[in-house]
Design a protein around this ligand. Structure first.
Ligand code: NAD
Ligand code: SER
Length: 313
């Protein structure tokens, strides 16, 4: 990785991945790109360009002009917004990915594509969900994730593109707010706990979902992209996980730090149905065996760190 492009760089993952990559590979070697203008300071720490990934010629031009050799392709529409705007989700998630894959083929770039727990549906076992399980998602977001995994496999097998990917669980982070997903409650709850000591949760009290703290998510992406390719049997995409909890369990952990914090529930049927179709905890033994994946943050460590970071904001 010498010259890196991050698409969707202003989003929840991109804001932090861009900084992590710049500190390892040099600020001038990591080009951040997004359809939105760069307003936050993390984007101003190095080069930035406006880029709509649906514009094939523009993607090709940015890669060629900047001698890019590695792309972290994060631009996407997430699950909850995807259900409200399915055509837009398909357009951004699939046409954006095929443009980035084609450019990677032409310019021989390595490509990171994040898939999701959403790539599974109710047909797969929700606990200890195997790496190779049936994938019949019921959301447009999940459908674009399975299709993306398959397209990345295809570009590797047919054209030799070095595609690699992870199935992330819900990600929790303190820098940028999440962008319209179903697991967003697990970030929103911290801001509400600190500001008003109360959170009204849109998922049911017992909705158990797979989760990960952002430092582990960044570590997973960079470790996979620098792993020995000869050892990778599952390139697209590896199950990775770190913790699994319900809103009730998360609230109880926050109460250890803020005893007066309370939680109530006002269920959003759309996001509840999405959450009910997703794994509660994936099996990530393939990632552990093939490239040494290991998470460092469990739920108590994540809660402590989140409260400290958000309080300091
Ligand atoms: P996000 O919604 O926070 O950020 C996505 C970014 O993409 C935004 O900054 C947005 O402006 C940009 N974007 C949207 N349309 C674009 C377009 N046409 N061209 C260029 N940029 C465009 O999302 P995120 O949470 O950072 O997720 C990044 C990737 O990781 C996505 O593929 C997502 O599916 C995947 N993922 C995220 C999570 C999570 O919990 N955050 C979990 C699993 C997988
Ligand atoms: N956190 C993401 C979402 O809720 C999962 O991919 O959409």
């Amino acid at each position: 990785m010498k010259k890196i492009l991050v698409t969707g760089a202003i989003g929840q993952i991109g804001s932090e991945l861009t900084i992590a990559l710049r500190s390892q590979y040099g600020a001038e070697n990591v080009l951040a790109a997004d359809i939105r203008p760069a307003l936050n300071e993390s984007m101003q720490s190095g080069p930035f360009c406006r880029l709509d990934v649906r514009d094939a010629a523009a993607v090709n031009q940015v890669v060629e002009a900047n001698n890019i050799d590695t792309i972290f392709h994060l631009a996407a529409v997430l699950s909850a917004i995807g259900e409200e705007k399915p055509q837009q989700a398909w357009d951004v998630n699939m046409n954006g990915l095929i443009n980035v894959l084609e450019t990677s083929r032409v310019h021989q770039c390595a490509l990171f594509f994040p898939s999701s727990i959403a790539a599974f549906g109710t047909g797969a076992s929700s606990l200890d969900t195997p790496q190779d399980a049936i994938q019949r998602p019921t959301t447009i977001y999940g459908i674009t994730k399975v299709s993306g995994e398959l397209l990345c496999d295809y570009y590797h097998h047919c054209f030799g593109v070095d595609t690699r990917g992870l199935r992330y669980p819900g990600l929790i982070s303190s820098k940028a707010l999440p962008g319209g997903g179903t697991t967003d409650y697990a970030v929103d709850i911290f801001y509400a706990a600190i500001k008003i000591r109360h959170y009204e949760c849109f998922l049911r009290t017992d909705t158990q979902l797979d989760m990960m703290y952002m430092p582990d998510a960044l570590d997973a992406a960079i470790s996979l992209m620098t792993a020995d390719c000869k050892k990778l049997k599952h390139r697209n995409a590896f199950n990775v996980t770190a913790m699994s909890f319900t809103p009730q369990q998360l609230a109880a952990e926050i109460q250890k730090h803020i005893p007066e914090f309370t939680i109530s529930y006002s269920i959003d049927p759309l996001r509840q149905a999405i959450a009910d179709s997703w794994p509660r905890h994936m099996n990530d033994s393939a990632a552990r065996a093939e490239w040494g994946w290991q998470a460092h943050f469990d739920m108590p460590a994540m809660v402590k760190d989140m409260l400290e970071k958000i309080t300091l904001k």
